[in-house]
Ligand binder design. Sequence first.
Ligand code: ATP
Ligand code: MG
Length: 403
Amino acid sequence: MHFPFTKAASILDTLTDHGFEAYVVGGAVRDYLLGREIHDVDIATSAHPGDVAALFRRTIPVGIEHGTVLVVHGGQHYEVTTFRSESGYDDFRHPKKVTFERSLEKDLMRRDFTINALAMDRSGRVIDLFNGQKDMRLRLIRMVGKADNRISEDPLRIMRGIRFTAELGFGLGDAERRAFRERASLLRKISVERIDQEMTRLLAGEAARGAFRFLSETGCFRVLPRLEQAASSALEAVRFALLRSDEERWAAFLSALDIPDVHDFAKAWHWSRAREKRVIALQEADRIRQEADWNLIRVYRAGPNLAQAAERLQAAFGREDMGLLDSRMTQIDHLWRALPIRGRGDLAVHGGHLRQWSDEKPGPWLAKALAEIEEQVVCGGVPNELEAIQSWFEAWQKRKRKS
Ligand code: ATP
Ligand code: MG
């Protein structure tokens, strides 16, 4: 047997050398067994938080009352959590009571899904008390224990379960499917920030399409803010895999569902102002792109990032050939690089010059003239040089006076 979490090995050794049990648990074991990239390595131990803090040189007490101590080791952080059980989830957020336990089994029982309830000891042996590896082979998300009870304890598990189907391409067990459907309305009790977190990860999942179907079949859409009318068929037609950022995926999601008021959605979902603005800008770039192809002035105004994102949205919605996407990206790069200026600050002239060259009093004409000059320079009508711009400007003024 082989212990793959080499950097965490000495943490387990330190704990076991002092007579404690210690295991790698949860997502790391799951992702290792599935051959997926491993993010955080979490450790469960029989040691109490005080013991953990005493055993390691650098620790951060992030959640002592929940049994968690962060151990800093080799430039990485490891969550080391005392075996625990949870009870009384009355506010649907945090368990009322956390009890430290003596056995790994109790700790694994509190975990949500069988594939998340796996542990590995220092020798590489997998402890699988709930058939998590069998469910991996069957490619099913199943809950530890009775699905109904586990959802009533913490309804967010519905969203987590469907999010895992999106990330792993798994299905839902029969009991889970039924229990999710019966209890979907409990999601109303969950804070929208936590729902948003799961939804954002769901949208990034390779199998998001299947997850949309689950959200629809189980009635989750019906209880999520502003998604009461969402139809999964509209979402399944979109190739989310072509998109690169959370904001691009949200922009596509809202466009596919024809949700017109992004500001209202952002408020209902407690989005940051930054995300709201980015999503609105992406949808705007998408609209501009639908009107006409990219040229110098359009790329100048949108910037290369928005322009390329808009191109990905075109492909995701099947409005452009996916096979042409790479060459379209290159084309936008070329246009951006060919620009004589990248912003108004790069212009060889500013308002002061125009005032010198003109006997008119400063007024709205100044901003108009600058905008005209900017466009002329971007499109190559005038070189970005002081004298050239001056002659263009003088001719422009003459023409204006005549008309
Ligand atoms: P990822 O980090 O990729 O989301 P993960 O499995 O590590 O996957 P975390 O949210 O980091 O997920 O949680 C770590 C572990 O804690 C999970 O594997 C699971 O065993 C347990 N867990 C997390 N959230 C819940 C929950 N709401 N109910 C029960 N167990 C949970
Ligand atoms: Mg994790």
